[in-house]
Write a protein that binds this ligand. Sequence first.
Ligand SMILES: Cc1ncc(COP(=O)(O)O)c(C=O)c1O
Length: 405
Amino acid sequence: MKQSLAINGGPKTIDKKFPWPILDETDVQVVTDITRSGLWGNPNCDDRVKLLEDEFASFCGTKYGLSCVNGSVALRLALIACGVRPGDEVIVPPYTFIATASIVLEANCVPVFVDIEPDTYNIDPSGIEKAITPRTKAIIPVHFAGQACDMDRIMAIAKKHSLTVIEDACHGHGAEYKNRKLGSIGDAGCFSFQSSKNLTSGEGGMIVTNDEALFDMMNSLRNVGRIKGGQWYEHYNLGCNYRITQLQAVLLSNQLKRLDEQTRRRHANGTYLNSLLEEINGIKPLARDRGETLHSYHIYIFRYDKSEFNDLPKAKFAEALAAEGVPCFMGYPQPLYKQPLFQEKNFMCYAIPEEVDYSGVKCPVTEKACYEEAVWIMQHAMLGTRDDMMKFAGAITKIQKAVKE
Ligand SMILES: Cc1ncc(COP(=O)(O)O)c(C=O)c1O
């Protein structure tokens, strides 16, 4: 590669910091106020956690919101509360964070991997139909990167086969499918507030639902098995303490005020960047117009074709692009089912049927995405300006020119 590239000591295409999270004095103030009030709440509003839950539910257009310690636990509580039994099968994509599938094992159920679509990287609804067996109980579609899954088709399949749908919306805060907020379409929708996420308190999670019985059960599981109307030291269900703190709640409530504007900014930048990258040979943005009316771009993903870059491997290309100052990364190195957890069946004490075996699983689209194609630009960079987007595209063109010369 040429000297002019930043990776070889040349000048960066863009030399700018993209801070995350974006915090201001009002965040400091709410944390200070709650700390001064003794962390139990403040005189005007006793329970800031409940307030946050109501605000988030109303933001999503659902009846209920239930906070918990993280997105993984949100998924786990939702799955257990929907009534799965040991050995039941749950359909998940293999191009996602480990928690989407590992929480299924933690519920003594069997994750069944269904490949993603080549142009959106979301779970392929036609693959879901084919994977359904008499043991299938639930589907966990992941709105990957903040792009809505094909929810009309997924909900129709679920209805036909009486399956529960738990939306993994951990990348999808504020994003929409046909003008409905992600997380509000299935039986339950789960969010993460971990530090990289589009809404964050360092760690944290939330489940939204319209189903009162499901909400009550999830609430009980989150709260050491207590039930509505029960006594403090009465425990009806096998739960644990998965509650968040008032400190997290005030920080999230304050940041929720900015979420819509930030989501719209990322959406506009993502749409613009698509138009720029479409013009570069060997770079393809993911497809849009599958019903997503607002994309949260927790990740901006594009597809890389090394044949247009003098066969430069994807990992090397992503390194060169990062050196140019674009906050990017090669994404997941392998599909989930290739992880030692699945290949070596390191299922600990969980009661997973003996015959479960992931050694023969093959999802070609996910493998291509991991090994050859997908490059991720992180969400905080998508809060930049149009000029930044032009520079991101310019950095790609610069690398292409250098490797071809
Ligand atoms: C798609 C997806 N699902 C679930 C989770 C789990 O969230 P948490 O890290 O808050 O447990 C993550 C976190 O990165 C995620 O990316």
